[in-house]
Each structure stands twice: as structure tokens, then as C-alpha cells.
Design a protein around this ligand. Structure first.
Ligand SMILES: C[S@@+](CC[C@H](N)C(=O)[O-])C[C@H]1O[C@@H](n2cnc3c(N)ncnc32)[C@H](O)[C@@H]1O
Length: 241
């Protein structure tokens, strides 16, 4: 079941949410406030000031970032794998919404001026290899000079003993430090396990660079979270690589 979409949809319908959390496969739980998906943080607003032109919001959730841009007259295409999330987006006023997995998209190449991966959505790639693929997909969909706005987290800032142990076990198993297996819980209901990845600004720079993206600015937030604005180097520069 699409439990996250169900949580967004129920919250939008005004049904009081039971306690929600992201449970990791070592048993740790991070509480999740569904209401947060209906607002845009100050850091995200700052990064979104650089959005312009035709915009693609990958994994749009409740559509909060898309709505903010739409109000400024920016045309946004919202995509998400969750039909429930997209019902919320449409209901809240997002004009263009399509159910789609970004890894199996059927969008035209070179058609977006700005691409968003908000809500730590670089993470939906799950592993560092798929992150590289995600950045490549973004560069194929982007027009030359386009911007990519992403948010993620530097997990090395976490000093809690259980976090440190989890990150060390990743390294010992030959995985990237920021990879995790998690599932969403909504009251007593639990969703399926899936992989998520947090990447630090240095790894972002090198991983995205391989597909032609250059980091323009980084906005640091609390607890290792950050937003980054990248731009696509010109076609000639990309061909020379
Ligand atoms: C953490 S939420 C972020 C939502 C929104 N961007 C925000 O910041 O409020 C991740 C969203 O990405 C969607 N998603 C996950 N994997 C996806 C994929 N491969 N393609 C498109 N959407 C995906 C999920 O259904 C979910 O709505």
C-alpha cells in the first residue's frame, strides 16, 4: 500500500494523523510530521528564488514547492509515483500533474529550465550508483544552462551513538555512508521497506559533476540539512568531457 500517499491524502482531507515515523532497518525511528509536507521551509524558499522557466518537480508529494512557484507565474510539471499524492496536488491547485517514476519517464529531452528534487529527494535514488543515474536523467531533461535545486543531508554531522554505528556498518559493508533502508509508519500501519540515500555537499558536487552539473550555491540548514542550486554546463563543455 502507498502509505505515504495515504497519509498526505488523509491529512489534506482533515483526518487527524496518528503518530507517523520513518523506521530504519536497525530499529531506530525518526518522527515524521505530515503537516511539514504542506509548507515550504525558509531555506527551500531561498533556494526556490533561483527557479525560473519551465520547471519539473520530481517526487512532488503534496505539491507545496510547485504551488509556491506557480503563484509566481512559473509553469511547473509535478510528477510522483503516488496517485494519492497527485490527487492532493491537483486538489491544492497544481495545474500539471502526471503519475510517473522518474527512472522510467517518457518526458522530452532538453525541455526544462529548472528541475527540483526537494524534501531530500536526491534520496529517492536509494544508492550512490542510482544517484549518478538520477543526475544523468536530470541533465538529459534539462535545457543547457538549466538549474537543478536539490536538498539532502550530511549524515556525518550526526553524533548520536546509534547513528554513528549505522553509518560505520554501511562503510564496513562497502556501502556509501548515507545509504539506509527505511519504511514509513502511520499509526499501526507500516509501509514496504525501501532504500533512501543522503549525500553530503562534497559527494553531491562530484556525483552531479559527472553529468555536467556544477554547484552554484549551498544553503545550510539545521542538523546537517542543506539545499543546493546547481546549473548545467553548456552543451559544448559537456561534449568535451
Ligand atoms: C520525501 S517525499 C518529498 C515530497 C516533496 N518533494 C516535499 O518536499 O514535500 C518523496 C516523494 O517522492 C515520491 N517518489 C519516490 N520515488 C519516486 C520516483 N522514483 N519517481 C517519482 N516520485 C517518486 C514519493 O511518492 C513521495 O511523494
Amino acid at each position: 500500500m502507498d502509505l505515504f500517499g495515504y497519509a498526505l491524502y488523509s491529512s489534506w482531507k482533515g483526518i487527524p494523523a496518528p503518530p507517523c515515523a520513518y523506521e530504519r532497518d536497525d530499529g531506530s525511528r525518526a518522527p515524521c510530521n505530515i503537516g511539514d509536507y504542506f509548507t515550504v521551509s525558509a531555506e527551500d524558499k531561498q533556494a526556490l528564488r533561483l527557479a525560473r522557466g519551465r520547471t519539473l518537480d520530481i517526487g512532488c508529494g503534496a505539491g507545496s514547492h510547485a504551488l509556491l512557484l506557480q503563484r509566481k507565474g512559473i509553469e511547473v510539471l509535478c510528477i510522483d509515483t503516488s496517485s494519492l499524492a497527485l490527487q492532493v496536488c491537483r486538489g491544492r491547485g497544481c495545474k500539471r500533474c502526471r503519475q510517473m517514476n522518474i527512472f522510467r519517464h517518457k518526458l522530452h529531452p532538453s525541455s526544462f529550465d529548472t528541475i527540483l528534487l526537494m524534501g531530500t529527494n536526491v534520496g529517492l535514488a536509494g544508492t550512490l550508483d542510482r544517484c549518478k543515474r538520477l543526475f544523468r536523467i536530470c541533465s538529459e531533461l534539462a535545457k543547457p544552462g538549466a538549474r537543478l535545486i536539490v536538498t539532502s543531508k550530511d549524515v556525518r554531522t550526526r553524533t548520536n551513538r546509534q547513528q554513528v554505528r549505522y553509518h560505520r556498518s554501511n562503510l564496513e559493508a562497502g556501502r556509501f555512508i548515507g545509504e539506509r533502508r527505511i519504511r514509513f509508519t502511520y499509526g499501526r500501519k507500516t509501509g514496504n521497506w525501501f532504500k533512501w540515500i543522503f549525500i553530503d555537499p562534497v559527494t553531491l558536487r562530484t556525483t552531479a559533476h559527472a553529468s555536467g552539473w556544477e554547484v552554484e550555491s549551498i544553503i545550510n540548514a539545521q542538523r546537517g540539512r542543506y539545499s543546493a542550486v546547481l546549473h548545467l554546463a553548456s552543451l559544448t563543455q559537456r561534449t568535451l568531457r
